[in-house]
Design a protein around this ligand. Structure first.
Ligand SMILES: C[S@@+](CC[C@H](N)C(=O)[O-])C[C@H]1O[C@@H](n2cnc3c(N)ncnc32)[C@H](O)[C@@H]1O
Length: 191
């Protein structure tokens, strides 16, 4: 089974987190949600997803690139893309890409709303946004879903996806009594 070298990566990413200054970041990039967290459930998430060769998987708000490191090594024939607004986190993900090397991953350092991710077929979101920003994201995702079916995996926050009549929840992973990870498929494909 593929495992992240968790203690090393956690120490390295924590050093960067410790140096981040929220006010300075906000002055630089504007008001966004800069909270950080990463999944402990990658093995089970990707067992459910089983991405195929023609899939393009996006981590929207890709942080340090840990999800894509895991997934790209496990599925070398699938294309993975990560979009991360904070340069400090993006730079670390680029180091991972060079070190291993992760040939089937592309990382982008920008605001997800300024990036065209319409080629995506699977979107993973570990609660990257403030509540008020999700409406804009849902509009973007729905515009993609009328052209080709998409899958959305929502970890930590999924109520905004539950509420969409064009998304069908097809799987739930229970993290603990309070939290779960939800898998959705779009149902609004137009001929
Ligand atoms: C909770 S972290 C999850 C990181 C990663 N997906 C993981 O699971 O390891 C959310 C990330 O989204 C980023 N983020 C927030 N708003 C963003 C935006 N508008 N565009 C791109 N990234 C954003 C944050 O900087 C943060 O690194």
């Amino acid at each position: 089974m593929l495992k992240q070298n968790n203690s090393f990566l956690t120490k390295e990413t924590q050093k960067i987190e410790d140096r981040l200054d929220l006010s300075e970041i906000t002055i630089r990039h504007g008001v966004h949600s800069y909270r950080y967290g990463t999944s402990n459930f990658l093995s089970v998430i990707f067992d459910v997803l089983e991405p195929k060769e023609n899939d393009i998987f996006y981590d929207l708000g890709s942080g340090y690139g840990l999800v894509l490191k895991y997934a790209s090594q496990k599925f070398p024939n699938v294309r993975f893309k990560g979009i991360e607004i904070l340069k400090e986190r993006y730079d670390f993900s680029m180091k991972l890409k060079a070190k291993y090397p992760l040939k089937n991953v592309e990382f982008y350092n920008c605001d997800m709303f300024s990036h065209d991710f319409s080629d995506g077929t699977i979107f993973y979101l570990f609660n990257p946004l403030f509540g008020s920003q999700y409406a804009q994201l849902l509009d973007r995702l729905k515009a993609i879903a009328v052209k080709h079916q998409i899958t959305i995996v929502a970890e930590s926050k999924h109520d905004v996806f539950d509420a969409q009549d064009w998304l069908q929840n097809y799987c739930t992973i229970h993290e603990d009594v309070l939290r779960n990870i939800q898998f959705f498929r779009s149902t609004c494909l137009q001929d």
